[in-house]
Design a protein around this ligand. Structure first.
Ligand SMILES: *Cc1c(COP(=O)(O)O)cnc(C)c1O
Ligand SMILES: [Zn+2]
Length: 417
């Protein structure tokens, strides 16, 4: 049985039983799952987790499912790597990359949220699932529903990157490319959910979907040797991930797996779509929706569902926020590539460039443990950077052509022999 007590409205505190609903009937506040952490503490220890599967399901007791997981069994447990070469550029001695660009099976952190949401959709008895997506969620819902034998309807803005469109179509799903931005897609989906009765993973199943992101935080703490980092920099779209990482770290503390949570959370966005970061940097209590205009399409949500909550989490933790321009995003992608050998998508470029900016602003001590959340894979957003990577050196298949090219391009300082 699940360790979930029920759901509670974040705004007015009204309690709700577990059901596929996401907003409070009284005040339209978002519903948040409540866990029986005392019961969990008696069942879960470092040893039980270490004995679990090498996937996000090693934290099953902390996830909102009743039975065994049925979707996304190989998802999560992605590498946390010490990024010394990038750290030298940023002046940080303990910099880490949590690399969900290699998450299984669709190469973004969205596989975590979808694994929980679809396991729950099956528990609720749904046969048809759907989502409103900026791309990565589309890929993940399409792949996981194919593998689970569920019918799926994927709603995306029609101007998404080719890689993200193809990486949904390949799974034989129904892709609906809507002329409009994500916020318009999302509005349509809210209406479609009411009309067709589908399980929209990020609408009516949003409380369950969101808690899949807690595993990103659990893994960071476990992989640091049962310790919360000093700082985590997180790209924000709907604003869920940043809060759920923090929720995950605090749950680990409450059940006795880590000593304390000194962690400060940082929100990263593109300047061309910055409703969350601008709310934080301006010290405003009001989130002003924006019309997105950035190459970072995966995080281009102008009116984020969890925007207030994200800003509140950042402030409560003592963190900060920053946004970066499209040229800075491209430079961020290249910086991560040439220092750490990781090709991230535009959202990752945002996060690297924002981390650099925050470091320059003096937010981090040079020996602090800083974790950068890399959430998606660069092979999906090639057109965003295609004209900025240089060209191969074209040569004939003989040594003299090679030699001429090496000298002309100064690719070698001296030739041997
Ligand atoms: C969806 C997404 C995010 C942000 O997630 P939210 O929980 O909606 O804030 C970050 N990075 C990538 C690559 C994403 O696809
Ligand atoms: Zn309420």
């Amino acid at each position: 049985m699940s360790n979930v007590l029920g759901m509670k409205c974040r705004e007015c505190g009204e309690n709700y039983p577990i059901a596929p609903v996401h907003v409070c009937e009284l005040c339209f506040g978002a519903l948040e799952l409540q866990y029986d952490l005392e019961a969990i503490a008696t069942k879960v220890s470092r040893e039980t987790i270490l004995a679990g599967p090498k996937s996000m399901w090693r934290y099953k007791e902390l996830l909102p499912i009743d039975g065994e997981p049925t979707v996304g069994l190989n998802c999560g447990y992605t590498p946390l790597l010490k990024a010394d070469r990038l750290g030298r550029v940023l002046g940080l001695n303990n910099l880490y990359i949590k690399n969900d660009s290699v998450n299984h099976p669709t190469l973004s952190f969205k596989d975590r949220v979808v694994s929980v949401a679809l396991t729950k959709a099956i528990e609720f008895g749904y046969k048809t699932v759907a989502c409103a997506s900026t791309g990565n969620l589309a890929n993940s819902v399409a792949a996981h529903s194919a593998a689970a034998g569920l019918e799926s309807y994927i709603f995306i803005p029609s101007d998404l990157e080719q890689g993200k469109i193809l990486a949904s179509l390949v799974y034989g799903t129904n892709v609906l490319a809507v002329s409009g931005n994500y916020d318009e897609v999302n509005r349509l989906c809210a209406e479609a959910g009411d009309k067709y009765g589908w399980a929209f993973v990020n609408i009516n199943l949003r409380p369950f979907y969101g808690d899949g992101s807690k595993t990103f935080g659990y893994e960071i703490a476990e992989q640091l040797g049962w310790k919360a980092p000093d700082h985590v920099v997180v790209p924000c779209a709907g604003g869920s991930l940043v809060s759920k990482i923090y929720k995950g770290l605090n749950e680990f503390h409450k059940i006795g797996l880590i000593d304390s949570v000194p962690t400060k959370m940082y929100a990263a966005q593109a300047t061309g779509c910055n409703p969350i970061t601008s709310m934080i940097t301006s010290g405003s209590e009001v989130m002003r929706p924006v019309k997105p205009n950035t190459i970072a399409k995966s995080i281009a949500i102008g009116n984020p569902a969890d925007g207030y909550f994200a800003a509140e989490t950042v402030r409560r933790s003592g963190g900060a926020a920053a946004d970066v321009t499209d040229p800075e995003i491209i430079e961020g992608i290249r910086l991560l590539g040439r220092t750490e050998g990781i090709f991230t998508e535009t959202a990752g470029g945002v996060t690297i460039a924002v981390t650099q900016k925050l470091a320059q602003e003096g937010h981090f001590g040079k020996d602090d443990i800083v974790v950068i959340a890399i959430t998606g894979n660069g092979l999906k957003t090639q057109e965003a950077v295609a004209d900025h990577m240089g060209r191969p050196t074209f040569i004939q298949a003989n040594l003299s052509s090679l030699d001429t090219a090496l000298r002309a391009e100064k690719l070698i300082a001296t030739t041997a022999g």
